[in-house]
Design a protein around this ligand. Structure first.
Ligand SMILES: Cc1ncc(COP(=O)(O)O)c(C=O)c1O
Length: 363
């Protein structure tokens, strides 16, 4: 699915030098790399503030906490996501309200989100799934004139654009993950909250260090969730290459698109006309998905299913009371999607081989 080692070998000298400088400088607690990365990430994401935190799940959680989302509040989101999106909502004490997806982009359906609004709705959490932005304009329209927040889970969409604007600055705050396999990834854990509002960013800064902006003075109960200084050093090196890597992903997607066009019962990823995807994943769908997976496995080709069991059918969320059949488009997608190998260093020959196996399996 991904080859993290080949990317490391390309940047090895820079990473080792940065590690040495960082450890020699020994300013490891929110040190110069975290501070510089926060400025650089804010600039890259075209948003005023970025606050580095421990991981993407914490970024979501702290963003919600900074907005005072909590018990009695409802947060509308999608079930077709990594469970962290929903975990973070549950951790605040708020209730996740799960609605179905748009079957083309796999992101939350703005129309269904609008229909799910109640007097208790505090926020809509859009997830830019697979690197493709959710329809933020339609979601903004759904909440227009109401006191409802529009938040972004941008964990899979570093650098993606909605109507020309980068994700991360499209609503009332966003969360990114730098998990190992993300488009921008640390060599460990990392995350960041982006926000246009200085007061909100300041609350996240406080929450990530035990509710404290001044040493040993605690204005609220917070967390221990700093972005690690060594990880920030890695992220700065990789950020300089992110646009080129995302461009490589788009070129790979175009090669897949061309080679896989016209196969019966194979639906290729769709990019909405207002979207610039960064192809975190190249995810196809087929009613013969399991056959396709078996053929890829037999050929030794990495593949994965994002996500075979949607969140509303996970045991951990059984209390929410969504049964089988409650979110039909999500459940259909879960039974049909399959992600093919996608990472910047993928070669044309590798893509061609994957396509050959897909054609043989479904052709
Ligand atoms: C959509 C989504 N949200 C949240 C997360 C959580 O990020 P992390 O693993 O850094 O906690 C991830 C990735 O793992 C994700 O894919």
């Amino acid at each position: 699915m991904v080859d993290l080692k080949s990317q490391y070998l390309d940047i090895r000298d820079e990473v080792l030098t940065a590690f040495d400088e960082t450890l020699t400088g020994m300013q490891l607690n929110l040190g110069p790399n975290v501070q510089a990365f926060e400025r650089e990430w804010a600039q890259y994401s075209e948003v005023a503030h970025a606050v580095g935190v421990g991981n993407g799940t914490e970024a979501l959680h702290l963003l919600l906490r900074a907005h005072d989302v909590g018990p009695g509040d409802e947060v509308i989101t999608t079930s077709f996501t990594f469970i962290a999106t929903i975990e973070a909502i549950v951790q605040t004490g708020a209730t996740p309200v799960l609605v179905d997806i748009d079957p083309h982009t796999y992101c939350i359906s703005p129309q269904l989100a609008a229909e799910a609004i109640t007097p208790a709705t505090r926020a809509i959490m859009a997830v830019h799934l697979y690197g493709h932005p959710a329809d933020m304009g339609a979601l903004a329209e759904a909440i227009a004139g109401r006191d409802i927040l529009l938040l972004e889970d941008a964990a899979q969409a570093h650098g993606a654009r909605y109507c020309g604007r980068r994700v991360g600055g499209l609503g009332d705050g966003a969360a990114f993950s730098f998990y190992l396999s993300k488009n921008l990834a640390a060599y460990g854990e990392g995350g960041v909250v982006t926000a246009g509002d200085e007061a909100l960013a300041q609350r996240v800064r406080s929450l990530r260090v035990h509710g404290s902006l001044e040493k040993y003075v605690h204005e609220m109960i917070g967390y221990n969730s700093r972005l690690d200084e060594l990880q920030a050093a890695v992220l700065r090196i990789k950020l300089r290459r992110l646009d080129a890597w995302n461009q490589a992903r788009r070129e790979h997607a175009a090669r897949y698109d061309a080679a896989l066009a016209g196969i019966d019962d194979l639906t290729l990823p769709v990019v909405a006309d207002w979207a610039e995807s960064v192809y975190h994943l190249y995810t196809v769908r087929s009613k013969r998905r399991d056959e396709l997976a078996a053929a890829l496995a037999a050929a030794g080709i990495g593949h994965a299913i994002h996500y075979a069991v949607p969140c509303h059918l996970q045991a951990a969320l059984a209390d929410l009371g969504y049964g089988k059949g409650s979110l039909p488009e999500t459940e259909r997608a879960a039974s049909e999607v399959l992600s093919l190998p996608m990472y910047p260093e993928l070669t044309d020959a590798q893509i061609d081989r994957v396509c050959e196996v897909v054609r043989e399996a479904l052709g």
